[in-house]
Design a binder for this molecule. Structure first.
Ligand code: PMT
Length: 220
């Protein structure tokens, strides 16, 4: 029997990759498996929260007892789903790996191979966390940062730019951290610039560290 310290709290969790279509058979995506986000969702449910999981395509079985499961493909779909569920939730955790770019022109016919090289022009996607950061008021907004270099500096920049309460930075250069694996190695950086470092932990344990921090912020 886990402590029910999130009872009555409504949380949006975004998880997994986004998929940006090029034509009916091809897409641009990334290596997110959804494991980090699904681990947060299942631990939050265990602790009594009402969880809306907004998920890109993954092979994972969603946790039981979700309040709502919204399956999406593109970054645009994810943005729409977050906005639609924004009002009725107090906490938003953005563990999804959202594509920053999408193909400028979707081809509704399969693109034919020719002897020439092919270039695909890309357009910027909206930054969901940034858009939410502008309107969040007293809601709690938690981001992730997936970095290969200058982890702390980049993550600190994202906390400020996106108006996050804190960010969970995974160091992608370390084995057992980031995409695909069952563990993660993270540093949590808050608005004030405080940095807390954690050892390698199961994603469920990382999830509970994040939820502990959210519980403290909710008590303020
Ligand atoms: O799914 P797993 O295989 O378990 O892997 C977990 C993970 C590595 C994907 C996860 O821990 C993680 O780091 N997720 C965020 C990855 C990412 O997109 O980082 P970023 O530094 O590009 O983005 C920073 C933050 O802005 C993120 O919270 C992201 O959700 C958000 N963002 C980014 C771009 C965009 N267009 N909209 C956003 O909201």
């Amino acid at each position: 029997s886990t402590k029910q310290d999130l009872k009555g709290k409504s949380i949006i969790i975004t998880a997994g990759p986004t998929m940006e279509s090029i034509d009916p058979v091809r897409f641009i995506s990334n290596r997110s498996s959804g494991k980090m986000g699904y681990a947060i969702a299942s631990q939050a449910i265990n602790r009594g929260a009402d969880v809306t999981l907004i998920s890109g395509p993954t092979n994972l079985t969603p946790p039981q007892n979700l309040k709502k499961l919204v399956r999406i493909e593109s970054a645009k779909d994810m943005y729409d789903a977050v906005i639609e569920n924004f009002d009725e939730n107090q906490v938003i955790i953005k563990s999804a790996a959202v594509a920053d770019y999408k193909p400028k022109d979707y081809s509704d016919k399969k693109i034919k191979k020719s002897n020439d090289d092919l270039s695909i022009e890309l357009d910027r996607n909206k930054d969901i966390a940034y858009e939410i950061g502008k309107i969040k008021k007293d809601k709690i907004l938690v981001g992730f940062a997936a970095e290969t270099n200058d982890l702390i500096e980049n993550a600190k920049g994202k906390v400020q730019k996106k108006n996050l309460d804190f960010i969970v930075a995974n160091d992608l250069t370390k084995e057992g951290a980031g995409f695909g694996v069952d563990t993660n190695i993270v540093k949590i950086i808050d608005k004030q610039g405080n940095i807390t470092e954690y050892p390698k932990m199961k994603k469920e344990e990382v999830a509970n560290v994040i939820l502990d921090k959210i519980t403290m912020l909710l008590k303020r």
